[in-house]
Design a protein around this ligand. Structure first.
Ligand SMILES: [Zn+2]
Ligand SMILES: [Zn+2]
Length: 161
């Protein structure tokens, strides 16, 4: 069972996506993939996969029983991470009642805890990574005014799937 390392979509009958392993043996191509993903310091393993959502249509060979990637295909569709929760992939939309929080990049200890709690495997958030307020307990928020909540960094997200 595969999970896309980028968007965390899990492989299932109903997801409508195919999953493709990284070209770990083809160093040049692998570099292109990682460059597109903007994850230069991250290394996939033999089981890491990307889902078909990150490839343009012309990358696929649909002539066989299984959908395969054409040789030299490079994934290019990586949604702007600014607009998405890293855990549940909810899009950042105004007026929905959710807040989005950046990862505490400057506090490695807290960040480790965040990543452990989110449980999405080997992955490093960037300054564009967000987590939505759904994953925090109410006690994580400081009331600033009637409507505004200020997030206290010291708290860890408690992930609700
Ligand atoms: Zn994906
Ligand atoms: Zn979320």
């Amino acid at each position: 069972m595969s999970t896309c390392v980028f968007c965390k979509t899990k492989q299932s009958k109903y997801c409508g996506r195919s999953f493709h392993k990284f070209p770990v043996k083809d160093v040049l191509r692998l570099q292109q993939w990682l460059k597109e993903m903007k994850r230069k310091d991250w290394k996939p393993n033999r089981n890491s996969t990307l889902c078909s959502a990150h490839f343009t249509n012309d990358c696929f060979d649909r002539t066989g029983f299984l959908i395969t990637l054409k040789k030299n295909s490079v994934p290019t569709i990586f949604d702007n991470p600014k607009s998405e929760c890293s855990s549940c992939h909810r899009l950042r939309e105004y007026g929905r009642g959710y807040s989005f929080f950046k990862f505490p990049l400057d506090e490695p200890d807290i960040m480790k805890q965040w990543i452990a709690n989110i449980n999405i495997g080997p992955w490093s958030p960037s300054s564009d990574s967000f987590l939505c307020s759904d994953h925090f307990e109410p006690c994580c928020f400081q009331k600033k005014s009637q409507k505004l909540y200020n997030f206290t960094k010291r708290q860890y997200p408690n992930v609700i799937w």
